[in-house]
Write a protein that binds this ligand. Sequence first.
Ligand SMILES: Cc1ncc(COP(=O)(O)O)c(C=O)c1O
Length: 338
Amino acid sequence: MIDFRSDTVTKPTAAMRAAMSQAEVGDDVYGDDPSVNYLEEMAAEMFGYDNALFTSSGTQANLLALMAHCERGDEYLCGQQAHNYKFEGGGAAVLGSIQPQPLTNQADGSILLSDIEAAIKPDDIHFARTRLLSLENTIGGKIVPQEYLASAQALAFERGLKIHLDGARVANAAVAQNIPMTEITQYFDSVSICLSKGLCAPVGSILLGDERLITKARRWRKVLGGGMRQAGIIASAATLALTEQVERLAEDHDNAAYLAAELATIEGFEVDMSQVQTNMVFAAVSDKIDTKALAVDLKAKGILLSPGKTIRLVTHADISRADITRFISELKGLLSQS
Ligand SMILES: Cc1ncc(COP(=O)(O)O)c(C=O)c1O
């Protein structure tokens, strides 16, 4: 199958499978798993944080960050489009008694600093205590500008807020800008990074922070049932995600640009090329095209995509340039028949 639904569908590489088969393991809840310890120490050093925590998913890493920064009755500021507001089941409220305060995302994914300022609640018993600003980069495949990150950090610092990055795809943001990932993460008190998306690990994310934050997050991870015993099996693959897969993302970005340019030539598909910055392509589809039927027909030809008025196509390690060419040709063929 040529699967455009997400970069989460990537399969582990041959090197990852080999590493998993030979991984040294122990009971990670006792702190005894050498492969998990190696990953956490390496990630902390790589990004310049005190400590790191291997988590079962990006959702878990974000939730642990929120629960470690905030107490019951606190709130976090985030974008309306933020994954950790919109797509994580309201976990912070459900499990952490933490109130989200969502704010409008601008076209570039940022949140106006004036909106952030205005949303910070005064110290008054009527209000939740505003504790944290949470940003996402990339967001919807878009890169949040570096200057913005610097100003958001300055504002958070000035107003006594902590600042978290949902950096599920921070590696994409860094590679696309040709800068080290640390140029982005330097602005944040905590960062979650997904290793199981474009970076190809089968499972897992990493949460970065200071000693206090990671100790708290480790406790909450156990409470949430996330104490994984011989997790070195998956941590060994996750390590390779960070050491061997980051630079490769440039291919996905080139493929996304190619896909977007080809798609834009097809009648009924509109692509805003300025929004194609990493590995995601969004196309607004004319009402005349039934994308549900199209998805069924494409599936019969071995191509998967999620239907909708706007379709999102994601490039990744398991999609080649030739796969994209075939998709475009099949798409044109199907549209010419309808
Ligand atoms: C920006 C962002 N953050 C967090 C997540 C959550 O990751 P997971 O699916 O591993 O829970 C995703 C998943 O797609 C995501 O896109």
